[in-house]
Design a protein around this ligand. Structure first.
Ligand code: SF4
Ligand code: SF4
Ligand code: FES
Length: 246
């Protein structure tokens, strides 16, 4: 089979450039295999983060031909190998080295989210439909591809004011759990900045777990924030009944 030409970003936080590598293609190869071949034969110091090679650990996120992708899920057969394939780190986060970006900011955001708070006196029974609803959000593999494409982070760098789609998914999994008694709507409004999301759905398009981030997580959470802070009738109802989540 013919070779494929890879233009791989090499460098660190101080700068870098694309370097060209020729890789022999074999049937069934994914981009991560090409990375291993380059490491094994041409550039042993090439830095790439990966773990499972099964699209489940979320660590091999990169931009292949400009498209945010998991390297272990991107088949060479689906790319045009007659042209050079560009291979860059995800753009929204600082570069550590070569294809490895520094995503630790995400873990700091995660710490702001209060954990599951079980409702007191519950019998721990809930329906399959209720379980299915939150199960979708638990599929997240923390690849941060959604964070990478969100223009609020990628183009506007609003890390101080905005949590990003991955963390709206996490909050949705907690807030929509039938037995959770927490209330994270103030966090969504004030610290995670959900109002900055203008529902472009770019995050949903790149999610390798096919989580319907915008429709199933963000829009219902936005509705909860509006109900909680801007609906006068619901405010009176909550004051009278003490039901925080209505
Ligand atoms: S829908 Fe919202 S969170 Fe998702 S990419 Fe667009 S602005 Fe960002
Ligand atoms: S929601 Fe999807 S795109 Fe975002 S981090 Fe989780 S798995 Fe990745
Ligand atoms: S190596 Fe685990 S998701 Fe790609």
């Amino acid at each position: 089979m013919p070779d494929a030409s890879f233009q791989v970003w090499r460098g660190d936080a101080s700068g870098g450039s694309l370097k060209n590598y020729q890789v022999p293609i074999e049937e069934g190869m994914v981009v991560l295999d090409a990375m291993h071949w380059i490491q094994g034969h041409l550039a042993p110091d090439l830095a790439v983060r990966w773990n499972c090679k099964a699209a489940k650990c979320g660590s091999c996120s990169a931009e292949v031909n400009g498209k945010p992708s998991l390297m272990c899920k991107t088949r060479l057969a689906r790319l045009d190998t007659t042209k050079p394939i560009t291979w860059k780190p995800i753009k929204a986060f600082p570069i550590l080295k070569d294809i490895v970006a520094d995503v630790k900011w995400n873990y700091e955001v995660n710490k702001k989210i209060p954990a599951f708070k079980p409702r007191e006196g519950t019998d721990w029974k809930y329906t399959q439909a209720e379980a299915d609803r939150v199960q979708e959000f638990r599929k997240c593999i923390e690849c941060f591809l959604c964070q990478n494409v969100c223009h609020v982070l990628r183009d506007h760098g609003q890390m101080e004011k905005f949590g990003g789609p991955r963390f709206f998914v996490r909050v949705a999994g907690l807030e929509m759990h039938p037995l959770d008694d927490g209330d994270r709507t103030a966090l969504l409004k004030d610290q995670l900045g959900i109002g900055l999301c203008n529902i472009t759905k770019c995050c949903t398009e790149v999610c390798p777990e096919d989580i319907h981030i915008t429709d199933n997580a963000i829009i219902p959470l936005k509705e909860r924030v509006v109900d909680r802070f801007y609906d006068p009738i619901l405010r009176i109802w909550r004051a009278l009944t003490g039901n925080k989540k209505s």
